[in-house]
Design a protein around this ligand. Structure first.
Ligand SMILES: [Zn+2]
Ligand SMILES: [Zn+2]
Length: 277
């Protein structure tokens, strides 16, 4: 077809949208915040008619697919609703189902939505649904949840192995070490906008750039990445710790046995030795 864009430029973009109170406070309640996010999501679909956009809501108690631009309903324009109207309606339904009573400032389930996104991308690639260049974007405001550390790191390494970059836009009050590491390890871009009012500008100039065009464009590099790990025993962020030499589990204190793989660290009946590391 004349004028068709080269397939290099089309992308499968899976957006993980934080729906916790943190996100609500940071973005949705600010002036036209939700509108800015919706305009960006629309732009992703409009940049290239072959783009495939999937939105997953990361709630505090559950995660759900909100939108898939390849759904037959979305393509047929059922009920004459625009994509934005459908997303807002599904978002409202999801938040009312997911919300706790009374509302609490819990972090969202990023680990679960990352896993859902990875599964979806694997299926899309295997079944050759839509474009073959997948990437993820986390629109996040929740602080890091230490109990999700292991699951999130597993998802990050899985994305790295599948060559799926994880981009992250952190609109919360503090940096996310998890998302900094996710972007760094997978070759994505991590950004914390300095001015919340200009969210749309940040999103449009950085996160609409497809993987092919990234070779020619200088995207912002993170000034520093917090590489500290969390211990597997208490899920606390630690500077120094003990590592199981068999399965690489991390502990903040010396243990007699690895709680992950069962390897024994203590030499039985002999004098106590100093730990290996
Ligand atoms: Zn510990
Ligand atoms: Zn172990």
């Amino acid at each position: 077809m004349a004028g068709a864009p080269p397939p290099d430029d089309s992308s499968l973009v899976v957006v993980l949208l934080d729906t916790s109170l943190h996100f609500w406070n940071a973005v949705v309640r600010s002036s036209s915040g939700l509108q800015q996010v919706l305009s960006f999501l629309n732009s992703l679909a409009l940049m290239n008619h072959m783009n495939h956009l999937v939105i997953i809501a990361s709630g505090c108690n559950s995660c759900e697919f909100l939108y898939d631009s390849l759904d037959s309903d979305e393509r047929a324009g059922a009920n004459h609703q625009t994509a934005s109207e459908k997303i807002v309606q599904k978002l409202n339904d999801f938040v009312s189902r997911d919300a706790t009573q009374p509302p609490k400032f819990q972090p969202s389930l990023l680990s679960a939505s990352l896993s859902m996104a990875l599964c979806y991308i694997q299926r899309a690639l295997k079944e050759k649904i839509g474009p073959s260049k997948p990437r993820m974007l986390c629109l996040q405001a929740s602080p890091d949840a230490p109990h999700q550390y292991i699951a999130i790191m597993n998802a990050i390494f899985s994305a790295q192995r599948s060559m799926v970059p994880i981009d992250a836009c952190m609109v919360g009050a503090q940096h996310s070490a998890f998302l900094q590491q996710a972007a760094d390890i997978t070759g994505g871009t991590y950004l914390m906008p300095q001015q919340a009012d200009s969210l749309l500008e940040y999103l449009m100039t950085i996160f609409t750039v497809d993987l092919h065009s990234r070779q020619f464009i200088q995207l912002p590099r993170s000034a520093g990445v917090d590489f500290r790990a969390s211990c597997f025993c208490h899920k606390r962020t630690i500077d120094m710790g003990y590592i199981c030499s068999v399965c690489l589990s991390i502990f903040c204190k010396q243990h007699k046995e690895c709680s992950t793989c069962g390897s024994s660290f203590a030499s039985s009946g002999t004098k106590r030795k100093t730990p290996a590391s």
